[in-house]
Design a protein around this ligand. Structure first.
Ligand SMILES: Cc1cc2nc3c(=O)[nH]c(=O)nc-3n(C[C@H](O)[C@H](O)[C@H](O)COP(=O)(O)O)c2cc1C
Length: 303
């Protein structure tokens, strides 16, 4: 029998273990449909704020020599109320709505907007490394993370995924705070603070100067984080950071992830990566005799 690619991230069930990461093409229902039909098990939206945000002026993204991207888009987005209206007609696409805010009430306001939408989960962006007062600045404060998640859990039954990154606090304290306050899963990790300078003009390349590094260079760090979280805590994990092949996806699963998100590679290779990676995982499972993803999760922890 052909192995099954379906996987559970706690109470969240998806048919394939590859998802679109937040911020990558995640802004319209038509595009979500294409991504889903191209093989993604779920799509995560661009992080949404209470009101529309313009983001930073150009240049906001830069291709790094040797692989990866450096970006500081500034979380430009149309705002949660507009977005909720746009996806209100959604019936079949498993959409995870990414939210960004500073305090509990920002999140509860946004969650209310999606009351009549069919969505799979909310992912809280506690880890954007280049916008003030949101993202990592929230994630770096485990007490605030607790307050936010507890409040959110009191207003919705939709599963909550906390997306963590590497900031100034030990990210494992943020994971613990998320778990203790009822988060259903963790996504690890976001981009890592980084910068590039043009030697001719002597200026930082990004308008925001500091941005976030993504893609293949961050993969070993992301695998390490998934492994550490999975070793220390009993909470489902979605691995994210530099996945570009089926081998990478399997590596994250062996480290402890129940699914993976694809970001930069989708920008590099377009949508064929979802099927390529899903097919590669299936062949690997056939070769190794696995019938379900669940059987593979965390196997590297045996050693
Ligand atoms: C252009 C760009 C925009 C992004 N925007 C968001 C965002 O809005 N919210 C978020 O949580 N992560 C955002 N990310 C981070 C990705 O979701 C992902 O965590 C990161 O890129 C690592 O995955 P990758 O190496 O596969 O790209 C963005 C990344 C890129 C490259």
């Amino acid at each position: 029998m052909k192995p099954s690619l379906s996987t559970s991230i706690g109470s969240i069930q998806i048919e394939r273990p590859t998802m679109l990461a937040s911020g990558i093409l995640g802004i319209s229902l038509d595009v979500f449909n294409r991504i889903y039909n191209a093989g993604a098990g779920a799509v995560v939206t661009k992080s949404l704020s209470k009101e529309p945000w313009e983001g930073y002026p150009n240049p906001t993204i830069f291709s790094v020599k040797g692989g990866g991207w450096l970006n500081a888009i500034g979380l430009s987005n149309p705002g949660a109320p507009y977005f909720a209206k746009m996806i209100s007609q959604n019936k079949e696409i498993p959409i995870i709505v990414s939210l960004v805010g500073s305090v509990e009430d920002d999140f509860t306001f946004m969650i209310k907007q999606f009351e009549s939408c069919k969505i799979l989960a909310f992912e809280l962006n506690l880890s954007c490394p280049h916008v003030e007062k949101v993202g990592l600045e929230v994630g770096d404060d485990p007490e605030l993370v607790k307050k936010i998640i507890k409040k959110i859990k009191s207003v919705t039954k939709t599963p909550i995924i906390a997306k963590v990154g590497l900031g100034t606090t030990n990210y494992l304290d943020t994971v613990l705070a998320a778990q203790e306050s009822g988060a259903d899963a963790i996504t690890a990790i976001n981009t890592l603070r980084a910068m590039a300078i043009d030697v001719e003009t002597e200026r930082p390349i990004l308008s925001n100067k500091i941005g976030g590094l993504s893609g293949t260079p961050i993969k070993p760090i992301a695998v390490r984080c998934v492994y550490e979280i999975s070793t220390m805590y009993d909470i489902p994990i979605i691995g994210c950071g530099g996945v570009s092949s089926w081998e990478d996806a399997v590596e994250f699963i062996l480290a402890g992830a129940s699914a993976v998100q694809l970001g930069s590679i989708v920008g590099d290779n377009w949508l064929s990566v979802f099927d390529d990676i899903n097919n590669g995982i299936t062949k690997y499972m056939e070769k190794k005799g696995f019938s379900k993803i669940e059987e593979m999760i965390g196997r590297a922890k045996r050693f």
